[in-house]
Design a protein around this ligand. Structure first.
Ligand SMILES: [Zn+2]
Length: 394
């Protein structure tokens, strides 16, 4: 015996009695002679509620029948059943909202709905559209809401598949089709639960739109979901506006101008730091002791950090003096930088390249400035030993 699906005739039925016709050995999987519980199917999640006072965790479609999974064993044969109404009504709003939006998008732009998912937070429609512009989405959203205000009846009829005319999407089913009609707008074959007029869908809000493979995926919310989302958006935007002492409407432009100002000041700061480093390099040269042969050298060693623009400026400042050689070393990431003045008789690029090659590192550069890196700490020490040897030879 297969359960009669009460929601086919009356989606508003919240309480009903039924007879248990099959029970699993543990008493937690039940088949009933009649049910108003909607099983997960067609993109719509299952209902929750209770059977004989026991919570229903899941409702599954199985071999054309409906299986109810309960939290505890149900041992009675005649059972009182109750549907979790706020959850079901929310699903009815989102689902009917999908019919409405799919019809509007098809009517306005010729896009076909090729997929639907009713999610816990938001729902999505997949469309066979090349792309959807913000203007098109705004227009579709407005039209959908106008149709909500028109309070159009949503009706259900069973029709022989062979005779069903004017369906938005041809059905592959045979026998009797369950046809859901939005008056003057849409006819679709569907086994889901729907509200009785478009007004009950409540506000329709289109949100994210993204490409998924060859389709466009549109996120939307109906009813209280749309209201709650709009409230959350308002509160988020309010926090941003409050921090800027601006109005909500001014906030996006203000955030953008502050972002540009921040980028400009970061650039200016970097420029100042680089100039400061170059001057420190000149000072270091001036205070460095002259060695045998009139050379001045300096080793700049850091435990952490990249040998960046600032370190290069420091090196170049030092090597701007006559007969100068400057070595910078970072332990993490393990790397070296060598700078030499033009009159030093040293080719920084060649010396560094040889020292790196012998230690398994990579890098090089010009006669005046060269940089390179090695895989680890041990290699770094080998490079430094090679460099000392190389510089002494030169
Ligand atoms: Zn439907």
């Amino acid at each position: 015996m297969i359960a009669a699906r009460l929601y086919y005739q009356d989606a508003y039925l919240r309480q009903f009695t039924a007879r248990v016709v099959e029970r699993s050995p543990d008493g937690c999987r039940l088949r009933l002679d009649r049910t108003a519980f909607y099983p997960t199917s067609g993109g719509q999640p299952h209902d929750k509620g209770s059977i004989a006072g026991v919570a229903v965790l899941e409702v599954i479609e199985e071999e054309d029948d409906v299986v109810h999974v309960t939290a505890e064993p149900v041992l009675e044969t005649e059972v009182e059943c109750s549907i979790d109404w706020p959850r079901r009504f929310d699903h009815m709003q989102q689902h009917t909202g999908q019919h409405l939006l799919s019809a509007v998008l098809h009517g306005m732009f010729g896009w076909n709905t090729v997929g639907f998912h009713l999610g816990a937070a938001a729902s999505t429609i997949d469309l066979d559209a090349g792309q959807a512009s913000p203007e098109q989405l705004r227009a579709a959203e407005q039209r959908a809401n106008e149709l909500v205000f028109e309070n159009r009846p949503v009706t259900i009829y069973f029709e022989p598949a062979a005779e069903a005319q004017g369906l938005r999407k041809a059905s592959e089913r045979e026998g009797l089709l369950r046809v859901v009609t939005i008056e003057g707008l849409d006819r679709s074959a569907c086994g889901g639960t729907h509200v009785r007029t478009t007004a009950e869908i409540g506000p329709v809000l289109i949100r994210k739109c993204e490409r998924v493979r060859s389709n466009v995926r549109l996120e939307f919310l109906c009813g209280l979901r749309a209201v709650r989302r709009a409230r959350a958006d308002f509160e988020a935007l309010s926090r941003i506006a409050l921090g800027l002492s601006a109005s909500l409407d001014e906030a996006p432009a203000l955030v953008e101008s502050q972002r540009r100002a921040l980028i400009a000041s970061e650039k200016a700061l970097t420029k100042a730091r680089v100039e400061l480093a170059r001057r420190r390099g000149v000072e270091l040269y001036q205070t460095a002791e002259e060695q045998a042969g009139g050379m001045r050298s300096y080793v700049h060693r850091i435990a952490e950090g990249a040998l960046d623009e600032e370190v290069r400026a420091l090196a170049q400042g030092f090597a701007s003096g006559p007969r100068a050689v400057f070595l910078a070393v970072s332990e993490n990431p393990p790397s070296v930088l060598l700078a030499a003045s033009a009159d030093s008789g040293l080719h920084a690029g060649q010396i560094l390249k040889e020292a790196l090659a012998a230690a398994g590192g990579r890098g090089g550069g010009s006669a005046q400035l060269a940089q390179g890196s090695v895989p680890g700490a041990a290699e770094l020490e080998r490079v430094l030993a090679n460099l000392r040897a190389g510089l002494t030879r030169a």
